[in-house]
Design a protein around this ligand. Structure first.
Ligand code: AMP
Ligand code: MG
Length: 271
């Protein structure tokens, strides 16, 4: 099945995003069958080869931003989609509550430091978007501060893009019910109980506020140079399929090439 995942799931730049119009159960007609598994395996295989090429060409970097509410599957996406990626050439940065040192700087300071160098893939598990999400929902900064951040983010991402960083941003979209089920699984499964935090449950009360904050972030910051994709994520297998396909489609569109050898290989005689 030829699905253009990027085209189907992009939050079109300039268009208002209403999350109610995006079904978290959607699978674009795919089913959890052998065809899907084969397609996922093929795409992970391609990703491995494309990363090798990215590293060898050494001209650009890829930045993957993952956002989503608690239990949306940010960790799981990294684990599955990046399973074939060479750790040498890939770095994951998880953004937590800013430290006291980070708070003495502008909000992008810690983020810029984590931007991937050319040749590398950088993955952000949460990101600078927290500064217009949790910060907005909980009034951690005044409105006049967080409201100008959308422009600041767009400028920052444009600057990265102009400096050869290709940016892909994925919002992992789950329903409130699915989150409840995943929290319940964490409660029931001894091996997952460590993942539970009091805050996660408390945050459910703010579901509506987070939805508004995400809609504003996706509407204001899905740009041609750094698009947002809304990934229906109730089905983990579809989430993995969609994210891996979009990364592969994007890397393929860069038409990367191996550098020419620096030596005349025909003249080399190994002794
Ligand atoms: P986790 O991803 O489960 O490890 O949790 C990280 C926590 O850090 C989440 O509750 C985030 O909302 C919080 N966090 C991340 N970035 C920020 C930020 N810029 N300001 C406030 N809280 C943040
Ligand atoms: Mg958490």
């Amino acid at each position: 099945m030829a699905t253009n995942f990027a085209k189907e799931l992009i939050a079109t730049p300039g268009k208002k995003v209403k999350l109610g119009e995006w079904d978290p159960e959607d699978t674009l007609g795919w089913e959890k069958d052998h065809k899907m598994k084969a397609s996922l395996a093929k795409s992970l295989d391609k990703l491995e080869k494309l990363q090798y090429l990215l590293y060898a060409e050494h001209k650009r970097a890829l930045l993957v931003v993952l956002q989503g509410l608690d239990a949306a599957g940010k960790d799981g996406t990294i684990r599955h989609v990046m399973s074939g990626v060479n750790p040498q050439g890939c770095r994951v940065t998880s953004f937590k509550k800013p430290t006291s040192e980070e708070l003495t700087h502008d909000f992008l300071w810690r983020v810029h430091k984590a931007a991937p160098p050319i040749g590398d893939i950088g993955i952000f598990n949460r990101s600078h978007y927290e500064d217009v999400l949790v910060v907005r929902v909980h009034n951690l900064a005044p409105k006049e501060v967080w409201s100008r951040r959308y422009d600041e983010i767009n400028h920052f991402e444009r600057m990265l893009e102009e400096n050869n960083v290709t940016i892909l941003k994925f919002f992992l979209h789950i329903s409130k019910d699915e989150q409840k089920q995943r929290f319940q699984q964490r409660i029931d499964d001894k091996d997952r109980q460590w993942k539970i935090s009091e805050a996660d449950f408390a945050e459910r009360k703010y579901w509506g506020d987070y939805t508004k904050a995400y809609e504003a972030a996706l509407t204001n910051c899905s740009t041609k140079h750094a698009p947002w994709y809304v990934i229906p994520s109730n089905k983990k297998w579809f989430r993995n399929l969609a994210v891996s396909h979009i990364i592969v489609e994007t890397l393929e569109s860069l038409h990367m090439k191996f550098p020419a050898p620096t030596v005349d290989v025909s003249k080399i005689k190994l002794v």
